[in-house]
Design a protein around this ligand. Structure first.
Ligand code: PMP
Length: 416
């Protein structure tokens, strides 16, 4: 079991959404389904001890990847839960006034965070906390200076993602952490797209709370971890679940032993292979971006040119219709710049936040590469996308008008 049975069609270029499980991870997990299936809470027999030994090892593997202590790792069901526990748990613990009173405290986050950060913050806002959602710059990178401007005397928490899931941009985490440390503000980082892909050191990076998910790093779904700082300073959280008091009271519920063992193995592999993976994927992504931008005019990469994860490319193609583009590239499993909300296609709020227009947001593709992406797959994607965009433009009256020198923004359209 070394190579996965790679699905060949459509080719998978959506690793920012989720990754296949590494066969080495599956192998590590298997005995915990059938032989070592015990409950870690069973203290008086071998089944419980075996399960606990598996969890202990995984906790070490996770801690090592973050340069943390094992006692600082809380297993969760994933980044959504980790973000909720970090943000609500810290807000309720460090609030300045009890519920029902004004001025419970101020929280700072970004406008292009994942919904799993935005929505907990919005809930807290309804409950009486003040929240500042900092506007992103056009390149999508949050600097320490931008966050500094938003801080107040009563700021209790800053939550900023390490890397953006749609455009891959990397924020100034270490510097933002330093600011927070100097002011005694709790600093949470949504590390879902970063951890396991790029070097992480909670000490050097000045992080108090760090959440991530197993399924983004070739581990299983439904498992993740939250790092909670225990020293300098000791960070406290109000738990969200009441129950058996597992995970030192932070997260009650029988431990997902198989998932935890898988997450641990995924972290160990990531630790050993991330440097190699990142260098390889950077070359592939660069080749893909350079080729697409060279062969297709009116195309542009969204987000900062360099301060980006090596494996994510988000590219807008002017003068093509978004749905047509997705249909035309259905041999490539990737994401579009549109989000499906209940009935309609909404342009991505992340791209909108950067100032990308609705049309262009719809005609954007997020191509995210992974551990088993090959040069052949990348070349296939380049060819497919180039062909699709050129064909759609042949059918586009706007592209025709543009080529004839008509300024489309000045055209007065007839209203019927
Ligand atoms: N944060 C970020 C940045 C993400 O990319 C994701 C997953 N798309 C999440 C949080 C939520 O992770 P999960 O669905 O595994 O809980």
């Amino acid at each position: 079991m070394t190579k996965p049975a790679a699905p060949s069609s459509p080719i998978y270029m959506d690793h920012a959404a989720t990754t296949p499980c590494d066969p080495r991870v599956v192998e590590a997990m298997l005995p915990y389904f059938t032989q070592m299936f015990g409950n870690t809470g069973s203290r008086n027999h071998k089944y419980g001890w075996d399960a606990e030994a598996g969890v202990d090892k995984a906790r070490e593997q996770v801690a090592k990847l973050l340069n943390a202590d094992e006692k600082e790792i809380i297993f969760t069901s994933g980044a959504t839960e980790g973000n909720n526990l970090a943000i609500k748990g810290a807000a309720y613990m460090y609030e300045k006034a009890p519920a029902g009173q004004a001025k419970r405290g101020h929280i700072v986050t970004g406008l292009i965070e994942h919904k799993a950060v935005l929505d907990p913050c919005k809930r807290l806002q309804k409950e009486g906390f003040d929240v500042t959602f900092v506007d992103p710059p056009v390149d999508g990178v949050y600097t320490a200076e931008m966050i500094k401007q938003a801080l107040r005397e009563d700021t209790i928490l800053v939550s900023i993602m390490w890397a953006n899931n749609e455009i891959g941009t990397i924020n100034e985490v270490r510097e933002i952490g330093k600011l927070c440390k100097e002011r005694g503000i709790v600093f949470h980082v949504d590390g879902t797209q970063w951890v396991g892909k790029m070097p992480t050191d909670v000490e050097k990076d000045n992080i108090d709370l760090l959440s991530f998910s197993g399924h983004k790093i070739y581990g299983p779904k439904g498992i993740g971890a939250l790092y909670v700082r225990r020293k300098k300073p000791r960070v406290r959280l109000q738990s969200l679940f009441d129950g058996g008091g597992q995970e030192r009271g932070f997260r009650s519920g029988t431990l997902n032993v198989t998932g935890i063992v898988g997450l641990g193995k995924a972290c160990e592999i990531a630790m050993n292979e991330m440097e190699h993976d990142a260098a390889r994927l950077f070359k592939l992504r660069k080749h893909m971006e350079d080729s697409l931008l060279k062969s297709l005019d009116y195309s542009a990469v969204n987000g900062h040119k360099d301060k980006r994860l090596p494996h994510i490319a988000n590219i807008s193609f002017g003068f093509v219709e978004g749905e047509g583009l997705m249909m035309a590239v259905k041999d490539i499993a990737c994401s579009s710049g549109s989000a499906c909300t209940s009935a309609s296609l909404e342009p991505s709020y992340v791209l909108k936040g950067l100032g990308v227009g609705d049309e262009l947001a719809h005609s954007s593709l997020r191509l995210s590469l992974g551990r088993w992406t090959t040069q052949e797959q990348v070349d296939f994607a380049i060819e497919k996308i180039t062909f699709a965009v050129k064909r759609l433009r042949e059918m586009s009256p706007l592209y025709d008008m543009h080529k004839e020198g008509i300024d489309i923004s000045k055209v007065e359209w007839a209203h019927h």
